[in-house]
Design a protein around this ligand. Structure first.
Ligand code: SF4
Ligand code: SF4
Length: 428
């Protein structure tokens, strides 16, 4: 078993296209090594989930310019998935990479684990993905959005055999998984297969949520490259920043934008290989590229780190629940997924997007992307068993009542149907 060592993650710099100064002012992007295979990946990866949309469809022209511009400036990790833009994303990417860009990047896509019903589905979907992406191999292939129950199902359906065979045939080069479950399940999955990499949600509000810092360190200690998604919690740490938080950033001795603070904080971790940013505007690309040449590991000082801690505390006070996502309250005998209910409710405060909140609530608490296991707030029978387990001393049953009222109105069935359409769609 590989042992993680910070020297495996040495940092390299490279110039932009042809070594010329680009729009990003001639800044040079940093690269970090994947410990198991030595691949040199740009610390900024392009996440295609949030590519721009026009009239309900992928804005192909703008998306093409954004991606190729990023590659021209040194980004070499491009992340897509079967489901993004309801299946439009992969063929679009295949088309633009065929313009002489395929060999310049490491291409990542994902097997929609929640859609798999039999072993043959895995081969069928991968083959279709190769066709859509116009390539004969996927550099980084992930089992998408795992939680413990989904992993158990995938194991029974033969995922280990599938990964072994497809790697041996060269259809996939590196195997990994993306994850949204508990730390216990995360470690179990890391230990089940000789993965090259994994992808976790990580930002300064999610240190104890899902895999969190413990999972990040665990994966790195086993030699896995770690791709971080959600460094800005889907834009919620940078969109409409609450005035109380903005004041802290404004008065900081070092002047940085909220996005820069969020990204620099994640890149500061030596265990992190690539940070995915869902960039859909030039200004975001420019801002992200601008800071990529300074984002060395352990480059934030104590005062800067303390400042991020203060901002985290402020967010927690401002958010609806104060839940850290630690999961100590689980299992609930009635099956309520307490951390998920609280996460969705807190994100609603940050995004103020009620429709998005209801869709995500139906998808996550309604079991649509979590192996058909319901974890709705309304399942709480007020038994009180979780109360003494919560280190934040939250009144969990009361909060769940509020959440059920907020998200489980008469329109719940509509949101469940929309979530199924969004997350389960499999074209064949
Ligand atoms: S009070 Fe509600 S959420 Fe807490 S353990 Fe009992 S049923 Fe579960
Ligand atoms: S409710 Fe409390 S115990 Fe449960 S995840 Fe949140 S902070 Fe942790």
């Amino acid at each position: 078993m590989a042992t993680y060592n910070y020297f495996n993650n040495l940092i390299f710099k490279a110039k932009g296209k042809n070594g010329k100064r680009g729009k990003s002012g001639g800044k040079r992007i940093l690269y970090r090594r994947v410990p198991k295979n030595g691949d040199k990946l740009s610390i900024l990866g392009f996440g295609c989930m949030r590519l721009p949309v026009k009239e309900g469809k992928l804005d192909v022209e703008k998306a093409r310019d954004l991606i190729l511009h990023s590659i021209d400036h040194g980004v070499n990790y491009i992340d897509t998935a079967w489901t993004y833009h309801l299946g439009e994303n992969e063929p679009f990417l295949g088309q633009i990479l065929a313009e002489g860009y395929r060999e310049k990047v490491k291409l990542a896509t994902k097997l929609p684990s929640w859609s798999i019903e039999k072993r043959e589905d895995m081969d069928r979907i991968l083959n279709f993905q190769l066709e859509r992406l116009r390539t004969d191999h996927i550099d980084y292939y992930l089992v998408h959005a795992l939680v413990g129950t989904l992993w158990d199902k995938m194991e029974k359906l033969g995922i280990l055999d599938f990964l072994d065979k497809t790697k041996a045939e060269g259809r996939i080069v590196n195997a990994g998984f993306s994850f949204h479950g508990s730390i216990e399940d995360f470690k179990r999955i890391v230990d089940t297969y000789p993965w090259e990499f994994c992808q976790i949600q990580y930002n300064f509000l999610d240190r104890k949520n899902q895999a969190g810092i413990e999972g990040l360190r665990y994966a790195a200690s086993k030699g896995l490259g770690v791709i971080v998604m959600g460094p800005m919690r889907g834009g919620k740490l940078t969109g409409s920043v609450p005035p109380e938080v903005e004041k802290i950033w404004r008065e900081a001795p070092v002047k940085r934008t909220p996005a820069e603070w969020a990204l620099r904080w994640v890149w500061n971790h030596p265990e992190v290989t690539v940070v995915l940013s869902g960039m859909n505007e030039y200004s975001q690309i420019e801002e992200n590229l601008r800071i990529t040449d300074e984002a060395y590991t352990n480059s934030l000082n104590e005062i800067e780190l303390q400042l991020v801690d203060i901002v985290e505390q402020k967010y927690r006070k401002l958010m609806n629940t104060g839940c850290t996502g630690c999961g100590y309250c689980l299992p609930c005998p009635s099956g309520v997924d307490i951390p998920i209910c609280f996460e969705v409710y807190d994100n609603l405060y940050l995004s103020r997007n009620e429709n998005e909140g209801k869709l995500i609530y139906a998808a996550k608490a309604g079991g649509i992307i979590r192996g058909d296991i319901l974890g709705y707030a309304s399942q709480c029978v007020q038994c009180g068993q979780c109360l003494e387990k919560c280190p934040q001393h939250l009144n969990i049953p009361d909060l769940l009542k509020t959440i059920a009222e907020k998200f489980e109105g008469s329109d719940l069935e509509i949101w469940e149907a929309a979530a199924k359409e969004t997350f389960r769609k499999v074209k064949s």
